[in-house]
Design a protein around this ligand. Structure first.
Ligand code: NAI
Ligand code: MG
Length: 379
């Protein structure tokens, strides 16, 4: 008998609800011994409480084995302020993306995004693509150190310290904005090591380090130099590298040259959408946010408000995220049953959502996957 897992269940906004309902059908089918505990997150909680990631949800995440997350809606700071209930307006509340906060608060430093072309998916860019993206998840341009209105003191300090900054000297505080790109040795080291360890564990041959060290010399230079040092601990695995801009071109031109990719936060975000598109689009992009104590699994798409509640969108990304959760929990047989079922449904081509050219609903596709999850998986 395995233990009873405690899983936080965070559907969030828009289609987050549709696809999480679909994933639950599949998890129920493989009879994971789990308690699923709902957590409040997203836009409604921002509007009504001024916090899209309330403390009670933070506490829930401290008490669970893993979490499944749907998607949230984010809006620019000023638009977000306007949507607060009248009692909360004018209090200086600032909207911050709850998923970015969650990643930082729980130090979920690995963002793992496998992009596999399941055979006969009509949306595959090419059959046989199998790329795994490791995106640093807590720092870089997403560090959250940003100034919409730049304090004069900061401008003056920058002018003194940095010769190119003199160009901005005459600017008034709200004539410009600053978002800091912060990369640490520790943050770079641990994401690159995670990518190499994954490559070693799963018999992958190559890790490609993505950066822009020729221009963004300080931060990306540090990332790249750290990566080269880490690579020395993995003599059996080839390391190569590419600038982010060239990488988008190479990935489209020669997708079979790539195996495991590792990148700082922003480049990893960009490259993972491109990689997802090569294997069918956002409806196939699954994602894991992994730290030492907690892991949160999600589709990489957003809340797609125009489809919210219509049960039209593709649930496969979220079903594959649930599969990743099972692997992380050590429930590998159940995980494999789900992945095999997804592959079989895709190849069969009978249940397909609109993005795949079909007319199945989100839940019909999930039921088709559930039906193919073999009983042996429940052992
Ligand atoms: P989105 O990912 O929500 O949707 C973009 C388009 O992709 C959709 O209109 C739809 O055509 C397609 N799409 C997305 N998921 C699909 C699925 N499962 N099946 C089939 N087609 C799918 O991105 P968008 O429209 O830029 O953002 C909407 C909201 O989501 C914004 O508020 C944004 O900030 C938020 N967002 C949240 C994320 C998260 O929760 N992790 C990630 C990305 C965006
Ligand atoms: Mg993204």
């Amino acid at each position: 008998m395995c233990e009873k897992y405690r899983i936080a269940w965070l559907p969030g906004d828009g289609i987050g609800n549709d696809v999480m309902e679909a994933a639950k059908i599949v998890l129920d089918r493989v009879e994971l011994n789990a308690e699923y505990i709902h957590g409040d997150i997203g836009w409604e909680f921002w509007r009504r409480e001024g916090d899209a990631f309330p403390d009670r949800t933070v506490d829930l995440l401290k008490s669970v084995d893993a979490a499944m997350f749907g998607a949230i809606t984010s809006k620019p700071v000023k638009a977000a302020e306007k949507e607060l209930v009248p009692e909360l307006q004018g209090q200086g509340l600032v909207y911050r993306s709850p998923i970015v906060r969650m990643r930082q608060l729980f130090d979920l430093y690995i963002c793992l995004r496998p992009c596999k072309a399941y055979p006969k998916n009509p949306l595959n860019y090419k059959e046989g693509i199998d790329i795994v993206v490791f995106r640093e998840n807590t720092e870089d341009l997403y560090a959250g150190v940003e100034f919409n209105t730049v304090p004069d003191k900061l401008r003056d300090t920058l002018s003194e310290l940095s010769p190119p900054f003199k160009t901005f000297k005459g600017l008034k505080s709200d004539d410009y904005a600053i978002s800091c790109k912060i990369n640490t040795k520790k943050g770079s080291e641990r994401i690159v090591r995670a990518a190499f360890e994954f490559a070693r564990k799963f018999g992958r041959k190559k890790v490609t380090v993505i950066h822009k060290a020729n221009v963004v010399r300080a931060t990306d230079g540090l990332f790249f130099e750290t990566a080269k040092t880490v690579a020395k601990d993995f003599p059996g695995i080839t390391m190569d590298d590419a600038n982010i801009d060239a990488m988008t071109m190479w990935l489209l031109k020669n997708p079979f040259n790539y195996d495991v990719l590792v990148a700082p936060n922003l480049y990893g975000d960009i490259i993972s959408d491109l990689s997802a598109q090569m294997v069918g689009g956002l409806g196939f992009g699954c994602s894991a946010n992994i730290g030492e104590k907690l892991a949160v699994f999600e589709p990489s798409h957003g809340s797609a408000p125009k489809y919210a509640g219509q049960y039209k969108v593709n649930p496969i990304a979220t079903i594959l995220a649930a599969k990743m959760m099972l692997d992380w929990l050590g429930e590998n047989a159940r995980a494999k049953a789900i992945e095999d079922a997804v592959a079989s449904v895709i190849a069969e081509g009978k249940a397909r959502t609109y993005d795949m050219g079909g007319s199945s609903t989100t839940l019909e596709l999930a039921r088709a996957v559930a039906e193919k999850c073999t009983v042996a998986s429940k052992a």
